[in-house]
Design a protein around this ligand. Structure first.
Ligand code: GDP
Length: 393
């Protein structure tokens, strides 16, 4: 068995939830390695809807271990709400099924206040959940970690320092609030890196579940319209506490067209091969999963951006790293014949209309990465799997 990373290959909303759900059924361990409670999966199991933002959906399957890595920022209230919900459904009876890294940073109420205040001034498009300010504290080395909310003495000192540093809030209520939540989190807190390394040593299949998308990565995305963490596959190792050699394959999820979450530049609404080639480069993609192909049914012609025309008259075929160039880039399209057939019932790749297959294969050629899964509808069953990434070739 191998260990697989899933990343969004565009700007988020690629339909990762469905692919994560499918891959989770093949994995023994599911790990979140970055972001916070801004990701989200709505799962319907046995007619009951469960919304999870932090805890990987693997928690719905008894026996699968779920890990919230050190790279995640944990909102204790959101986490405990999910834990309570799961327990009320008879899940998570064994606390060792969930491990929250003691090194993960904690989102405190002042992080949310800062976030809300800033968003009014500058519209980056954050979700207002305190994620950015929490990551700022982490990098500024003044953050509060999960391990800190378990120890009153250490927490008091750290909060005192933090509040002296400018946060306007009263120490005592914040301290007591944090300790109370810390106490409730305690059964789940552990050394996630160590737990994970044991699982890997036992040959258990690990799924690293990325949130948001490649173009929202703090380093490789369309800065400053990005999220506060590294969303790319390389951070799966860092944010979970393993080395990169423990990862065997990286699957990029892409919609069959392009949209973006939040504000910032978006060169084109058709599928953008430059974006995908870029995602393949910065993530080291070994496979693609293409979602929402059903949405393209009915177009006479389907366009794919294969280059950008820049204001200086130059045409480039690589995604420009200069945001100013990106703002002014005009996509150069290739036209492919569309299809009229409704998609949704096909279960085998060969059942797809010829022009749908032609489209997928042209994208593979342009990106240089094979498509291992194709999604033709929102339902779990509406997925054609061409290759299981957990199986070594
Ligand atoms: P994420 O942000 O990447 O995790 O995206 P989600 O998993 O939340 O997906 C966004 C929406 O797309 C959800 O409402 C999904 O049900 C829907 N979706 C996923 N795959 C498909 C698909 O192949 N076709 C259609 N029509 N909808 C899909």
């Amino acid at each position: 068995m191998s260990n697989v990373v899933i990343v969004g290959a565009q700007w988020g909303d690629e339909g990762k939830g469905k692919v994560v759900d499918l891959f989770t059924s093949w994995a023994d361990v599911v790990v979140r390695y970055q972001g916070g409670a801004n990701a989200g999966h709505t799962l319907v199991v046995g007619g009951v809807k469960t919304v999870l933002h932090l805890v990987p959906a693997g928690i719905l399957h008894p026996g699968k271990k779920c890990i919230i890595g050190n790279g995640v920022v944990v909102d204790p209230e959101a986490l405990l709400e999910e834990i309570d919900l799961l327990r009320s459904r008879g899940l998570l009876a064994d606390a060792t099924q969930l491990v929250v890294s003691e090194n993960a940073h904690v989102i405190l109420p002042y992080h949310k206040r800062i976030d809300a205040g800033r968003e009014k001034q500058k519209a980056i498009g954050t979700t207002g959940r305190g994620i950015g300010p929490c990551y700022e504290d982490k990098v500024a080395r003044r953050g509060i970690r999960v391990r800190d909310v378990l120890k009153e003495g250490a927490l008091r000192t750290k909060l005192e320092e933090r509040l002296l540093g400018g946060e306007k809030c009263e120490l005592e209520p914040l301290l007591q609030w944090s300790l109370k939540l810390g106490e409730r989190m305690r059964p789940y807190v552990g050394d996630a890196s160590e737990v994970l390394s044991h699982e890997v040593a036992k040959g258990r299949a690990v799924l690293f579940e990325g949130a948001q998308g490649t173009l929202l990565d703090i380093d490789h995305g369309t800065y400053p319209y990005v999220t506060s963490s590294n969303t790319v596959a390389g951070n799966a190792a860092v944010g979970a506490g393993l080395g990169p050699t423990s990862i065997h394959s990286v699957i990029g999820i892409t919609k069959a067209y392009t949209t973006r979450v939040g504000n910032g530049p978006l060169p084109c609404g058709w599928l953008d091969a430059l974006v995908l080639r870029y995602a393949a480069r910065v993530n080291g993609l070994s496979g693609l999963a293409m979602t929402k192909l059903d949405v393209l049914t009915g177009f006479e012609k389907i366009l794919v951006a294969i280059a950008y025309q820049l204001p200086n008259g130059k045409t480039v075929s690589e995604f420009p790293s200069d945001p100013q160039l990106l703002e002014q880039a005009q996509p150069v399209y290739e036209e492919l014949p569309g299809w009229k057939e409704r998609l949704g019932d096909q279960r085998e790749y060969q059942e797809l209309p010829e022009n749908t297959r032609r489209y997928i294969e042209r994208v593979e050629q342009l990106v240089g990465v094979e498509t291992i899964a194709v999604s033709v509808g929102a339902e779990r069953a509406q997925t054609i799997v061409r290759k299981n990434p957990f199986r070594h070739p």
